[in-house]
Design a protein around this ligand. Structure first.
Ligand code: SAM
Length: 278
């Protein structure tokens, strides 16, 4: 059966929310995108099409889901809030390329979900779990083909910040060591229903072919936690428990430098020096 005209069979997003008596719940970080022009723009930025498999986290009322299905992609949508089941069942009935999974995305085994096929991750992320989900996808056993994700603008800034920038920190290092990262769209608070207190931005991440192996990533997490835990201190002090001045020298770095000015390669060198000592 052709499902290309699936959208015509569906009510508008506002009608669907009203028909099912649904409203946004703060506890689930719910701020909906009900403007299909915005969700279509995100689908375009994600660069997916008919040959692709997508995991969408948090479909909610399904605005981004509809735009992703319009590209011809197959979509596996993981939603924690059971209230959306009847509404999303209607979308899946209109378009069989949508598979629904109800559960916590933090607990989901993506490799099992996709049956080992490569997949793109696309989401207007719930603010309360956006960062832990990102860390899971970048450092866990399963790697997506690409990630196109909406974050609070402040988190997007941290993801893309270069060394020396005020927003540069642990998240910048972990993301940029594993991916190339670009901010591709700004979304003002008024684009969402209800509007959140802060603006948002979409970030596009492409995992590097030469992603650090798990052991190196674990070391990088330990080093960055210590270094940015006391970001105003010199490396020789903030890394004291991990090797301090000698470790910094072994990594080819000035022990008097502060974490905020050390580029990603410097942190990888610190991780390698630390592993070499163990
Ligand atoms: N995609 C929809 C949109 O753009 O209108 C909704 C986005 S809303 C910011 C976040 C969605 O993630 C909500 O539907 C929420 O219920 C869901 N969610 C929150 N925590 C989740 C989790 N741990 N696992 C899966 N979904 C979650």
């Amino acid at each position: 059966m052709s499902d290309e005209g699936f959208a015509a069979a569906l009510p508008t997003l506002r009608e669907a929310l009203e028909a099912h008596g649904l409203w946004a719940k703060k506890a689930f970080g719910q701020h909906f995108l009900l403007d299909l022009n915005v969700t279509r723009k995100i689908a375009r930025l994600a660069q997916v099409g008919a040959a692709d498999l997508v995991i969408e986290v948090g479909p909610g009322p399904g605005g981004l889901t509809r735009a992703l299905l319009e590209t011809g992609a197959r979509v596996i949508a993981v939603e924690k809030d059971e209230r959306f089941r009847p509404l999303l069942d209607e979308v899946a009935a209109a378009c069989p390329r949508l598979e629904l999974v109800f559960g916590d995305a933090l607990q989901v085994d993506e490799a099992a979900l996709t049956d080992g096929q490569p997949a793109h991750l696309i989401s207007n992320l719930p603010y309360n779990v956006g960062t832990p989900l990102l860390i899971k996808w970048l450092t866990g056993p399963w790697t997506p083909q690409s990630l196109t994700l909406m974050f609070q603008r402040e988190v997007a800034d941290r993801i893309t910040a270069p060394a020396g920038d005020d927003a540069y920190g642990r998240l910048s290092v972990i993301v940029q060591a594993t991916c190339t990262a670009r901010r591709v769209l700004d979304a003002p608070a008024r684009a969402f229903t209800p509007p959140p207190k802060v603006d948002s931005a979409v970030v596009r991440l492409e995992p590097r072919a030469e992603r650090p192996e798990p052991r190196r990533l674990d070391a990088l997490q330990a080093i960055t936690a210590a270094a940015f835990g006391q970001r105003r201190k010199m490396l020789r002090a903030s890394l004291k428990a991990l090797g301090g001045e000698a470790l910094a020298r072994e990594a080819g770095l000035d022990p008097q430098a502060r974490a905020e000015v050390i580029p990603v390669e410097g942190f990888l060198a610190l991780a390698d020096a630390w592993l070499a000592r163990r």
